[in-house]
Ligand binder design. Structure first.
Ligand SMILES: [Zn+2]
Ligand SMILES: [Zn+2]
Length: 247
């Protein structure tokens, strides 16, 4: 079983970034582009590009073998890695996760990051800016997931960032990205002190959801969104506290 020290998140992400430069990954990217036209056709028809069958399990297993070897100095077989990832993806409840031998938090973190990375590789290879201009939905045009984050780009346009594949897509500038509430009186902006300059939380008083938002015009550089989603966790606590105190 792969084990990891706590606080390894950033290290694993770095390692996966490096893995993305490797030959096996480059070959997989070339293979993936075969599907690009089909996927873009689905987006143009208003459907998310991927269906469930397309998850690149072998590529994900390669990534897991790689990070385990480099960070944990532990060799996991490709078959075992495939089994673990498949079990993780198929588990719907905590009990199932534990029953399948995935009770280790750190192992789940590895697999979670590996899945994000390979989904991102697929999304990067199919995502076509022109086609996505027509996409105005609040779910990801690549994989159909909900947004995890949002940001205002250099032109002040709002983009949503997918929590599953890190695709970005444009969305109307104001209003709730969950329930479509457009009355600005029902959207509360919660600032998070000085800890996260350039970031705020948009809380919707209609559906009690919230979205963490970065303003790129106030940041020195564009964040690594996978890392940013975790490093801004205190903002989630702030938003949840605000919601519990006000509703
Ligand atoms: Zn996505
Ligand atoms: Zn809402």
């Amino acid at each position: 079983m792969i084990r990891a020290n706590s606080g390894n998140y950033f290290k694993i992400r770095q390692c996966l970034n490096q893995w993305q430069q490797e030959a096996v990954c480059k070959a997989a990217k070339a293979e993936i582009t075969r599907y690009a036209d089909d996927w873009n056709r689905r987006i143009a028809a208003g459907l998310p590009a991927f269906d469930e069958a397309v998850f690149p399990l072998a590529l994900a297993a390669d990534a897991l073998v790689n990070v385990s070897d480099i960070i944990e100095k532990q060799l996991v077989s490709h078959e075992k890695a495939q089994y673990l990832i498949k079990s993780y993806l198929q588990s719907k409840t905590c009990e199932e996760v534990i029953a399948k031998g995935l009770s280790d938090n750190q192992l789940r973190m590895y697999i979670h990051l590996v899945c994000l990375t390979v989904m991102n590789i697929m999304a990067e290879n199919i995502y076509c800016e022109e086609v996505s201009q027509s996409w105005l939905q609040n779910i990801c045009p690549a994989c159909g997931s909900a947004p995890a984050l949002a940001y205002y780009d250099d032109n002040g346009k709002r983009k949503l960032v997918c929590g599953t594949c890190i695709t970005h897509w444009q969305f109307k500038r104001l209003g709730c990205a969950v329930c479509d509430e457009e009355n600005h009186n029902n959207i509360q902006i919660v600032k998070c002190g000085n800890d996260f300059p350039g970031w705020s939380v948009q809380v919707c008083k209609t559906c009690y959801s919230y979205l963490k938002v970065a303003d790129l015009r106030e940041l020195d550089q564009t964040p690594d969104w996978i890392v940013a989603n975790v490093s801004t966790l205190p903002m989630d606590f702030t938003a949840e506290k605000w919601l519990s105190e006000n509703f």
